[in-house]
Ligand binder design. Structure first.
Ligand code: SF4
Length: 715
């Protein structure tokens, strides 16, 4: 049976459109000129205050994907002989609805799962969450933002009572006198942010970077703390010890605006400088210099990235730096405080509107009765009908095909076969599913395993909203028509809901109408969007949440008067250093850590298809220190096979003094034989369920010289 629903987005009305880059959380403003894939030009939007006209190489080249020859333009359905074959939309959608209906009838509601994405607009994230809870009634929905922001989110909620990546506008960076960046390389991952660092430097500010690698950001720092991988938490406690010992803490702030400092002070007495120097590899003089600059030079800011966060102790590591920030009395003042640099385009909004297994729209919690009742009222359903908390991202994937696990899965906008830790195991789990459906623009490594693949619209072809790393809600605006044969993710959700008997709850006249229902669902919640409208975003160039009413100005800076716990105070947390899920030992003696190239984004499914980007970085290179190269008897451009307890990968070597001799680094943008995540450890943080992407124990098991007669093949 097929249903024809009207498409949600109206045709574009102008040939010059202000919108935003499709990739990372900086969500640079862009101006698109032209109305088709071949002629579209992208310029940085000088009026948008976050990037002020600058873009990185990914943003400049994003239009190449719109008319790319690899683009999926027809649904694909797996045929009787195992190959993916073109099919009509009704056939493909019926196949998904029939499979989900059959699996749930035979194995229960919990046997189907949904996996969303930090790339989806707020409207899509919201509607996908509603589809999971209202139509499928499965608890098992999560998204790839779990792999990105969940530890910082968990720590922010514990300490401040709220999770917003930056609790201040990004322009505050320029006001800070000392900026301390921990485990992030924004000069490569968010290059236009460098303008705020430059302004900070021009204003006389200093930069400190903690990172096991000497990244471009670390190279520009006044002080680089090249710490041992996994020692971030000990570093944070050690810095707090020095702040207390040297009487640099802000006693008035601690007593009037926080709880729990005494217990933390007693704990950090164990983190005296000589011990922390041994644990972290950072000298006592550098530790003391860091604290003095943070405490004495004016407004100071601490920003964390995925380094401390993507660990099995990620929440505690972030809490360690929040403890330090609170002890120094930094939050709530211009140019000061704690923030985290969000990764994915809508990683922030994605988790505010119900994609996480434990959350409902507005950052409401699925296990809290009052929260369930509010959202159920908006959705017109019985609160008791809403499922409870489901499995987190890795746990959801790891249950696929297992007894009492997921048997049917829909993945929307996420390449989980490349992006997940221990990816070899995840691929086997996906293969063991009864049914897998994927919505994407390209046949990525996950789509290759699917029974049905649905081709979707891209960023320049649709309307919606995103929430950037500052908590600023912005408009994605349609600049051109989509090619015939593709649909919006929103249309796909609506058509599936229609087939599964819930058409009336998924009937919307426009994308804006979805947003208007989202506003109602978030009203009164922590992430309150009730006062944000498309018109306001247009007029004000974005609105910061929380914004509870249309006459509320929005909240660019949090914590000036109060934190978001009931008593208005922030909470210190006692945290202790503990080993990673896996530490180097005699068998696997080296640390392995992962990260990003400037030229690529996430699993690389898009950027590996852009000629300029794949030309610059065709394959992942394994960064390795010259001392280790000598020990292994290898040279630059040779190949080594690296093995962990989970898999092995052959990498081409880049010998570099930019890394510690005990550590190997590789980017994670490739799948297949180049997949760094074949090696990574799925040990999970107990609170955030974040996998330990940043630290695995490995060994080098083979080396070989390059074969110069064979051309290098792009992956
Ligand atoms: Fe800006 Fe990020 Fe896009 Fe680069 S990838 S242009 S930093 S939004």
């Amino acid at each position: 049976m097929s249903f024809a629903l009207p498409q949600l987005d109206a045709p574009p009305t102008t040939t010059s459109t202000r919108t935003h880059c499709p990739y990372c959380a900086f969500q640079c403003g862009t101006v698109l000129t032209g109305d088709n894939a071949l002629s579209l030009k992208i310029e940085g939007d000088a009026e948008f205050p976050v990037n002020a006209g600058r873009l990185c190489v990914k943003g400049w080249s994003a239009a190449e994907l719109l008319g790319h020859p690899d683009r999926l333009l027809k649904p694909l359905v797996r045929g009787a002989f195992g190959e993916l074959l073109p099919a009509s939309w009704p056939v493909a959608l019926d196949r998904i609805a029939d499979a989900f209906r059959r699996i749930q009838a035979e194995h229960g509601l919990d046997a189907v799962g949904l996996f969303g994405s930090g790339a989806l607009t707020n409207e899509k994230a919201y509607l996908l969450g509603k589809f999971a809870r209202v139509t499928l009634r499965t608890p098992h929905m999560d998204y790839n933002g779990r792999y990105c922001m969940s530890s910082a989110a968990g720590a922010g909620n514990k300490a401040f009572g709220i999770d917003r990546g930056l609790p201040f506008p990004v322009s505050d960076i320029a006001l800070s006198r000392t900026l301390f960046v921990v485990g992030s390389n924004p000069f490569d991952t968010l290059p236009p942010i460098a303008q705020w660092f430059e302004k900070q430097r021009t204003n006389g500010g200093r930069l400190i970077v903690a990172d096991p690698r000497r990244t471009p950001t670390a190279r520009s720092a006044d002080l680089h703390l090249q710490l041992t991988p996994g020692s971030d938490l000990a570093l944070a406690n050690g810095l707090l010890f020095i702040a207390i010992e040297e009487k640099l803490v802000d006693a008035e702030f601690i007593s009037s605006r926080t709880n729990g400092f005494d217990a933390v002070r007693r704990t950090v007495l164990q983190y005296y400088p000589a011990r922390v120097e041994q644990m972290t590899g950072v000298s006592e003089s550098a530790l003391r210099q860091t604290v003095r600059w943070l405490a004495e030079s004016g407004p100071s800011m601490i920003l964390t990235g995925r380094g401390p966060e993507q660990q099995s102790k990620g929440v505690d590591s972030v809490l360690g730096f929040i403890n330090l920030t609170l002890a120094l009395g930094l939050p709530g003042k211009p140019g000061a405080g704690f923030g985290t640099l969000t990764g994915q385009g809508n990683g922030q909004g994605g988790r505010e509107h119900g994609q996480k297994a434990d959350q409902l729209p507005g950052y409401r919690l699925i296990e809290v009765d009052a929260h369930r009742e509010h959202v159920a009222r908006v959705w017109g359903v019985d609160p008791a009908s809403l499922p409870r908390k489901g499995r987190s991202a890795y746990e959801l994937l790891d249950s696929c095909g297992q007894p009492n696990g997921i048997r049917g899965l829909l993945v929307m906008g996420s390449n989980v076969a490349v992006a997940s830790p221990h990816s070899g195991s995840v691929i086997e789990r996906l293969k063991s599913l009864d049914f897998l459906a994927v919505c994407d623009s390209f046949a990525n490594e996950t789509a290759e395993l699917a029974d049905v693949v649905l081709p979707v619209k891209q960023w320049a072809e649709e309307d919606g909203t995103m929430t950037n790393l500052e908590g600023r809600v912005i408009r994605r605006r349609k600049a051109m028509a989509s090619p015939p044969g593709v649909k919006s993710d929103l249309d796909i959700i609506r058509e599936l809901a229609n087939r599964l008997g819930h058409a009336e709850k998924f009937t919307f006249a426009s994308t804006e109408a979805v947003f208007d229902e989202l506003r109602l669902a978030t009203a009164g919640g922590t992430a309150d969007y009730a006062g944000i409208s498309y018109d306001r975003i247009d007029r004000e160039d974005g609105v910061f949440w929380p914004c509870p009413s249309e006459d509320h100005p929005g909240t660019p800076r949090l914590f000036g008067e109060r934190f978001h716990h009931a008593d208005g105070k922030a909470k210190f947390h006692v945290i202790e250093h503990r080993p990673a899920g896996e530490e180097p030992d005699a068998e696997f003696p080296l640390y392995f850590t992962t990260g990003r190239y400037q030229e690529h984004y996430n699993s690389g499914a898009q950027t590996r298809r852009v000629a300029k980007l794949s030309g610059a970085k065709p394959i992942p290179r394994l960064q390795l220190h010259p001392e280790l190269a000598t020990l292994l008897g290898i040279e630059n451009d040779w190949f080594v096979t690296v093995e962990s307890r989970r898999g092995r990968v052959e990498f081409k070597v880049e010998v570099s003094i930019g890394i510690r001799p005990d550590t190997l680094f590789a980017p994670f943008h490739w799948g297949g034989r180049h997949a760094a995540n074949l090696l990574t450890n799925p040990a999970l943080d107990p609170t955030s369920r974040m996998p330990e992407f940043k630290l695995a124990a490995v060994r080098v098991v083979a080396v070989r010289e390059p074969d110069f007669s064979a051309p290098e093949v792009s992956a």
